[in-house]
Ligand binder design. Structure first.
Ligand code: HEC
Length: 152
């Protein structure tokens, strides 16, 4: 059955090409200590579920945002250029015109003031290392320091 073999081959080709890009979806830095590596993996899992709970309604599960209403987090220059600023936004919200990947957004994002520093660290680690973003581990003490310096 040469025809079936041909389709099986195409199918294999497609799945072989799709698998590595799925893996690349989450960045795993190679400079972490063993202890941080375990924590990092836990943060990604916990961060994803917190993201689904508090953020993905607007920014979407794939981080791509929604039309001109909600900016993307996936490959967002605004996010990746200033992680302390993004940490403040994640907890406190954001208002006023901002430019993300050359596109202007101007809508109010409500904050989630009930998030603990640990939860913010989990969410930040998840969003800064998913969908093509590659930042690395964001610890609770990073978050604590960043939140102390929020402008407002
Ligand atoms: C109700 C919709 C909504 C929710 C829920 C929401 N955001 Fe936003 N977010 C926005 C909007 C709108 C902006 C742009 C604000 C502006 O125009 O000034 C924004 C901007 C941002 C930015 C900076 C811009 C960028 O794209 O890099 C980050 C980072 C961010 N949000 C993260 C989060 C995180 C993390 C959560 C969950 C804890 C969250 N947001 C929940 C609507 C939302």
């Amino acid at each position: 059955m040469p025809k079936n073999n041909f389709f099986a081959f195409i199918f294999l080709l497609i799945t072989a090409c799709a698998a590595p890009s799925d893996k690349k979806d989450t960045f795993i830095p190679d400079n972490l200590s063993r202890r941080d590596k375990t924590r990092y993996q836990q943060y990604l899992i916990k961060g994803k579920s917190l993201y689904r709970q508090h953020c993905s309604n607007c920014h979407q599960p794939d981080g791509r945002g929604l039309a001109s209403l909600y900016p993307p987090l996936a490959k967002s220059d605004y996010l990746m250029q200033d992680i302390p600023r993004a940490t403040c936004i994640s907890k406190n919200g954001q208002e006023g015109s901002i430019v993300v990947n050359n596109k202007e957004y101007n809508m109010k994002m409500p904050g989630v003031p009930t998030l603990t520093n640990l939860e913010v660290a989990e969410i930040m680690t998840y969003i800064a290392n998913s969908w093509g973003n590659e930042y690395g581990f964001i610890s609770v003490s990073d978050v604590k320091k960043n939140l102390e310096n929020c402008a407002q």
